[in-house]
Design a binder for this molecule. Structure first.
Ligand code: AMP
Ligand code: MG
Length: 478
């Protein structure tokens, strides 16, 4: 099946590695001692035009980085980033971009190994990843994809046969991540800050060609680029919010230019609705809490806009005015996406005058009654009342009447409100079965369920049960 020229169906074309060499370091993955493939996404492999059967059999040495796929030219990418508000030089400290695969349909994807050894950008890190967090990224990114949310995806996880030292010794692993690119706000921060921004235009032109080809011939392509990224991020953040997703580490190096969700370190889905939900152990001030996500999005986009100023105009005042005008569109996009999304969630087939107050009132009552976000919307979609505080609240019953008067389309609602999300307690259970006992059946079952989120899970309520989120903690850079 896989002849030498077109091995496994890969078709690498590595345009990023043709950019000026300030943008990357050429570095090969560090080989692993004894790779075993524990996860392989056959469906994704097929959709990329790859030979899924052969990769399932022979992939482990490649997905560990021990052998390179034909046509791959591994690099680690340079980037900077505002981490909790402070700018740092970062870069791929534990990731290797194998190259860009072009599918038979002509779509281009970055193929990246995460956890395959040190690079120039590793600083004090070991360049490695532990199995638990790589499985977690696999599960949650695939769940996000199934929920219709733009995201990087996960093609494979291999264990390395080596230990990674964190607080304790943990089994090491490498995740293969697939992304429409790994260009980030932080890549632009790097380009703008490096040697007086002499490579900034090169990066911006590359980005336009790669992600926004229609804007290449725009009279103001760089302003148009900023506006396009603002639109995609507004849309993305609303999508997160509407499934109760808390990203958890919205540093500028974790905000893509493509509009895909990236970096599944400390993220989690909330159970009980609360604007102040935070899971990340280091986010003590709630900078990246559920309800802060729209304004942090704006803050990050302002950092992106700043990097582009020299390309807007030689006159700084004029450049700033253009940036501000673009940034002003963010709130409108956010509101529009929010309203459209919420109408879908509440089954409203047309827009009404008092939609906004109606949405807001429901959320207020949910917060007051500590209602489970997912289960509440799903119950409304199924036309059932739950035996829970919210559904006994007189104010809710009044709200319910007003909502019913809008004649909601329940079928539409069931296609917008998931029955299942990757609940924290289910994710933890699956990870410990895999990591502690080498039993992947729990991960597989969870994946099956979260990959079909709009279908009621067959075997009962375990997947729908809200565990107490109180005290659930997640961790960065694990
Ligand atoms: P993250 O928290 O995943 O967004 O990572 C922030 C920065 O830390 C990036 O530059 C990563 O490459 C780097 N990093 C995270 N973990 C490691 C590690 N184990 N070894 C080297 N660099 C790392
Ligand atoms: Mg990151």
């Amino acid at each position: 099946m896989s002849d030498d020229k077109n091995q496994f169906g890969w078709n690498f074309d590595n345009t990023y590695a043709r950019l000026s060499d300030v943008f990357f370091e050429r570095v090969n993955p560090t080989p692993a001692r004894s790779p075993v493939m524990v996860m392989f996404n056959e469906e994704l492999a097929r959709s990329l035009g790859l030979d899924a059967a052969e990769l399932a059999k022979q992939g482990q040495n490649y997905f560990a980085g021990n052998t390179l796929f034909k046509g791959s030219e591994p690099i680690a990418m340079a980037y900077a980033g505002h981490q909790f508000g402070r700018i740092n030089m970062l870069g791929d400290g534990r990731a290797n971009l194998l190259g860009e695969h072009v599918t038979p349909k002509g779509e281009r994807f970055d193929i990246q190994l995460k956890g395959a050894g040190r690079t120039r950008y590793s600083r004090r890190g070991d360049g490695l990843a532990a199995l638990g967090p790589m499985l977690r990224e696999y599960i949650i990114s695939e769940a996000m994809f199934a929920l219709g949310i733009p995201t990087t995806r996960s093609l494979a996880v291999v264990t390395t046969g080596e230990q990674v030292i964190r607080e304790t010794a943990l089994p090491g692993a490498v995740l293969t991540r697939v992304a429409s690119s790994h260009l980030r706000v932080g890549t632009f921060e790097f380009a703008a800050g490096f040697e007086q921004g002499k490579n900034l235009r090169e990066l911006a032109d590359y980005t336009l060609r790669r992600h926004y080809p229609d804007l290449v011939s725009h009279p103001e392509p760089y302003v148009a680029l900023l506006k396009a990224v603002i639109e995609r991020q507004a849309s993305l953040i609303v999508k997160w919010m509407q499934v109760g997703f808390v990203h958890g580490v919205m540093n500028t190096d974790n905000m893509t230019i493509s509009g895909e969700t990236i970096d599944y370190g400390p993220c989690a889905f909330m159970d009980r609705f609360s604007l102040s939900t935070v899971f990340s152990s280091i986010d003590v001030q709630g900078r990246y809490s559920y309800g802060q996500q729209p304004s942090i999005g704006q803050w990050n986009l302002a950092r992106f806009a700043e990097t582009l100023l020299p390309l807007f105009s030689a006159n700084q005042e004029e450049a700033i005015a253009k940036a501000e005008e673009a940034l002003d569109t963010y709130a409108e996009h956010l509101q529009r996406h929010w309203a459209t999304g919420m109408r879908g969630k509440l089954g409203m087939v047309s827009a009404g005058e008092d939609d906004m107050p109606l949405f807001n009132r429901l959320l207020e009552l949910m917060e007051r009654n500590q209602a489970d976000y997912t289960n509440t919307f799903r119950a409304l979609s199924n036309g059932v009342m739950l035996d829970e505080a919210l559904f006994k609240d007189a104010d809710f019953l009044e709200w319910h009447k007003a909502w019913q008067a809008r004649k909601p389309d329940l079928k539409l609602m069931r296609s917008r409100n998931p029955a299942v999300i990757p609940r924290n307690h289910m994710v933890e259970k699956a990870l410990s079965a895999a990591v502690e006992r080498g039993d992947y059946s729990v991960v597989q079952r969870l994946l099956e369920v979260v990959q079909n989120p709009f279908v009621e899970p067959g075997d009962g309520d375990e997947f729908k049960k809200a565990a107490d989120d109180e005290g659930y903690q997640t961790f960065c850079g694990t």
